[in-house]
Ligand binder design. Structure first.
Ligand code: FHN
Length: 456
């Protein structure tokens, strides 16, 4: 169980999130028909009528949300987040506030219902994405100052749809807002939205994309239902951070880095380039090693199928997880000592996992700086116990095969006698900490610039 988080303590009912480590982001909508990403309507300034007609005619016969969820589970994912409505405004559920939905139009299906049922059938937590933006609506673009009435109507529509999603689809574990730009939390009345959400689903996790509450508004609000918005400072609403296309630790709260399995876009795109399974696994481990989650995105095809490239990567990473999942789940983030040339370190109690990103074929691996005494070394990838020798400063693990035992990252498991501490000189990474910690090591050669280190 994760004992410490790089954040303030969180309620028990939210602990599933950091423990889950890994989820699938699913961007799907009529934009998949165009095959040029989820923003094609806006990016290509398409005719609104034509796009709406294409959306209404969209009838993904092979859509199988259960298959999506099974692919996520195969990859080791513990939750998923599905776009219920993206910026194009088309809804994947049976909304009673519009007919611009898959339930009313050609498909005649409520895909959000099918998706949440599939998640629960497979034991995955349920996440829903909802875009505040709706590029069809003039008031969205004009904003409250230029079109106060239109804005009020639009904002009520948005609040009403969030209410629908949190009323009619059972427990929702994570709610992923997007599209607040360019409007503030004041215009969206985000705190009213959050209050309503907490009332409907008290244990829900809400992301940080509801806009910033400016200082002047904070002063008016004083104590607020959402975790006590302290007056006098601006605040970003929401419970977890959402670094996008980067993996940056946030010591102030739980966080989830969202990234694409492809190089660029979130919705299905023809001709995309895909990140390899090794790079995707490295991203997952990078986030885990920094104490965060990875939300990896797939855009199903127009017909609702998982792209074969996604299935292939899920299988490759799933195979690695079959043997190595203890490295990713229920571990502590962070390196114990210098290891950057080899890979990453994960910790669990007195056990240190060495994730080797670059297998150099040498028979012996040298780890400098581990103070904890090793009891047992195992090549987790094969289960083979490894001989080792250890001095005060250095560990040498022997018997490594020349060829890497896996296409992804082999892992050496070091079970130690006591807490995973590093030698003083090894506590910090190069270029940080007290440089004086390396003085004794240099002094062993001498003090001068001459080869023998002796002053002339
Ligand atoms: O504009 C969207 C984009 O299409 C995609 O949905 C990403 C996913 O995090 N969010 C916005 C860009 O930040």
């Amino acid at each position: 169980m994760i004992s410490t988080l790089p954040t303030k303590a969180i309620p028990d009912y939210w602990r599933w999130f950091p423990e889950a480590r890994l989820g699938m982001f699913i961007h799907w909508g009529p934009y998949a028909v165009y095959g040029r990403g989820e923003q094609v309507l806006f990016r290509e300034r398409l005719d609104q009528h034509e796009y709406a007609q294409a959306a209404c005619n969209w009838n993904p016969q092979h859509a199988d949300p259960a298959a999506w969820v099974k692919t996520a589970k195969r990859m080791g994912m513990k939750y998923a987040v599905l776009t219920t409505r993206h910026h194009d405004g088309f809804c994947l559920w049976d909304s009673k506030l519009t007919d611009y939905t898959t339930a009313c139009q050609a498909a005649k299906r409520d895909f959000v219902r099918e998706y949440v049922d599939a998640c629960r059938a497979e034991g995955l937590r349920v996440g829903l994405y909802y875009s505040l933006a709706d590029w069809r609506i003039p008031a969205y673009w004009a904003g409250s100052a230029r079109d106060p009435e239109g804005w009020e109507t639009f904002r009520n529509y948005v609040h009403g749809q969030v209410r629908e999603l949190l009323t009619n689809y059972g427990q929702v574990d994570e709610f992923w807002f997007d599209g607040a730009w360019p409007h503030s939390a004041v215009e969206w009345k985000s705190w009213d939205l959050v209050d309503m959400m907490r009332e409907l689903q008290p244990h829900i996790l809400i992301n940080n994309r509801l806009g910033v509450v400016p200082k002047e508004v904070m002063a008016e609000m004083g104590e607020h239902a959402d975790g006590g918005l302290g007056a006098g400072e601006s605040k970003v609403l929401g419970d977890f951070g959402t670094p996008e296309h980067h993996i940056t630790a946030d010591a102030t709260r739980i966080w989830e880095s969202c990234n694409t399995m492809t190089w660029r876009l979130w919705g299905f795109t023809n001709g995309e380039r895909w990140r390899g399974a090794d790079q995707l696994l490295d991203m997952i481990l990078d986030a885990a090693g920094k104490g965060g989650n990875m939300l990896l995105n797939v855009g199903p095809t127009a017909d609702g199928e998982m792209p074969p490239e996604a299935i292939e990567r899920a299988e490759a990473i799933g195979e690695w997880m079959d043997v190595h999942s203890e490295v990713v789940f229920n571990t502590e983030p962070g390196d114990v000592c210098e290891f950057v040339t080899y890979g990453r370190q994960m910790r669990s109690g007195n056990t240190l996992y060495l994730v080797i990103r670059f297998w150099d074929g040498r028979e012996t691996l040298h780890l400098g700086g581990l103070a904890a005494r090793v009891k047992r070394a195992t090549l987790l990838t094969t289960g083979q116990e490894l001989p080792f020798t250890q001095t005060e400063d250095d560990l040498y693990v022997h018997g490594l095969p020349k060829e890497s035992p896996t296409k992804l990252f082999p892992v050496i498991k070091l079970e130690c006698e006591g807490p995973l501490e590093a030698r003083p000189w090894a506590v910090d990474r190069l270029w940080c900490g007290d440089s004086g910690r390396m003085t004794e090591w240099a002094a062993a050669r001498g003090t001068s610039v001459f080869t023998d280190g002796k002053a002339r």
